[in-house]
Design a protein around this ligand. Structure first.
Ligand code: PLP
Length: 392
């Protein structure tokens, strides 16, 4: 018996770019210490008061089936939050609670794509994007955002691929680059969506990690609310990766369809997780700033180290927990550099190529280890690059 084409195609064949990550995990399993700067997960755990609320809620009996679209209080809190943050009036009926941002991405694309539809996405991209699009039987088409353009996608490049396409997926603040899309970029994106009648899926899971500039939610741009689905999550903003809680914001009729989808797939998110999420949102922006603070600090540390040399160049990262480093002066690909750094210095970073062709010649550093270890790792990475460049 054979699995379906659809599920077999999720990985798409070929190298998935995770060899360095797997090699690092092998080394750790065999007892070799490795500084892991690979995965986008905080080095702190979910805060105790949030866990206490989760416990209280479970003990109070919220362990049965919960409302499938999300409990009313959480939908209302997220609607109010989005209204405040973006200025676009958002009602609880525009909010669907999902088990994390990843399932929100899958649900959003399921809502707007039919099998065989063309779905556009921007390269560099979060590693699951092409698989998510194949998973809904769409035809993924990547549009390069060039390093020479600071990884800002250009409207004319999107427009060149847009004829006959159905949707466009963007992500700002961006994983893997840390780049925040400018107002000009967002207005260009909105223009193409209008001109070519595209759905826009806007992945905003890093919207509380802003170091420079402003986060613009494209749903707030003129006429975009009716064609935009925003993906949100508490994974990054509240260090709640394991709680699996996120959402889709969109037009009411699409949300109704998503409730039907959830009824036939996840059957909702546990009530005690939703109540803990409600509590966490109630802690306000001060708490969110506290969760983001280590990344801001480490970004400053990294920039200090990088400014003292001229081999490794940082892509200006206005947000998110990553730095994209251009290492082409070493003459190595991102993958060769990352593998050599791992073998020689026991530091694991992700090759830029893992996130698409546009990030070739780069490596992505996740700023997810404590400051002292991070500082040593960045200094070692720069010395390593300098030595290699001397022979290039
Ligand atoms: N979108 C982006 C850009 C991400 O980086 C991630 C996780 O790393 C996700 C979505 C999924 O996050 P989660 O499913 O934990 O909410």
């Amino acid at each position: 018996m054979q699995a379906s084409q659809r599920i077999s195609n999720i990985l798409g064949g070929g190298s998935d770019g995770w060899e360095v990550f797997l090699r690092a995990r092998q080394m750790i399993a065999s007892g070799t210490p490795v500084t892991e700067l690979t995965i986008g997960e905080h080095d702190i755990r979910t805060a105790a008061p949030i866990l206490q609320e989760m416990h209280r809620s479970a003990m109070a009996g919220h362990t049965g089936y919960a409302a499938i679209p999300g409990i009313p209080a959480l939908r209302a809190a997220i609607a109010a939050r989005v209204t405040t943050r973006t200025g676009i009036q958002t009602q609880p009926e525009n909010v669907m609670i999902t088990p994390g941002g990843q399932s929100a991405l899958f649900a959003a694309h399921t809502a707007v794509l039919d099998p065989g539809d063309t779905a556009l996405y921007i390269d560099p991209y979060y590693a699951t994007y092409p698989g998510t699009l194949r998973g809904v039987s769409a035809r993924p088409v990547a549009i390069k955002a060039d390093a020479s353009e600071a990884f800002q996608p250009r409207a004319k490049d999107i427009a060149a691929c847009a004829a006959g396409a159905k949707s466009l997926l963007i992500n700002s603040p961006n994983n893997p680059t840390g780049v925040i899309y400018s107002r000009e970029t967002m207005e260009g994106v909105a223009g193409v969506c209008h001109d070519h009648d595209l759905w826009l899926i806007s992945d905003e899971v890093y919207d509380t990690q802003i170091w420079e500039g402003e986060h613009i939610s494209p749903r707030a741009l003129n006429g975009m609310a009716e064609r935009t689905l925003v993906v949100g999550s508490m994974s990054k903003s509240h260090a709640m990766t394991g709680s699996r809680i996120g959402w889709v914001i969109g037009p009411e009729d699409i949300i109704t369809h998503l409730v039907n989808l959830a009824t036939h797939t996840t059957y909702g998110v546990p009530g005690f997780i939703q109540e803990a999420a409600l509590f966490a949102l109630g802690q306000g922006t001060e708490f969110e700033d506290q969760i983001a603070a280590p990344f801001r600090r480490r970004r400053d540390l990294a920039h200090k180290i990088l400014s003292a040399q001229n081999v490794v160049r940082a892509v200006p990262n206005g947000g998110a927990m990553y730095m994209m480093l251009e290492i082409s002066a070493t003459g190595l690909s991102g993958e060769a550099f990352a593998l050599a750094l791992l073998e020689e210095s026991r530091i694991a970073v992700m090759p830029g190529e893992s996130f698409g062709a546009a990030a070739a010649g780069h490596v992505r550093v996740a700023m997810t280890v404590e400051d002292g270890t991070f500082e040593i790792a960045m200094t070692t990475l720069c010395s390593f690059a300098k030595r290699i460049a001397a022979y290039a």
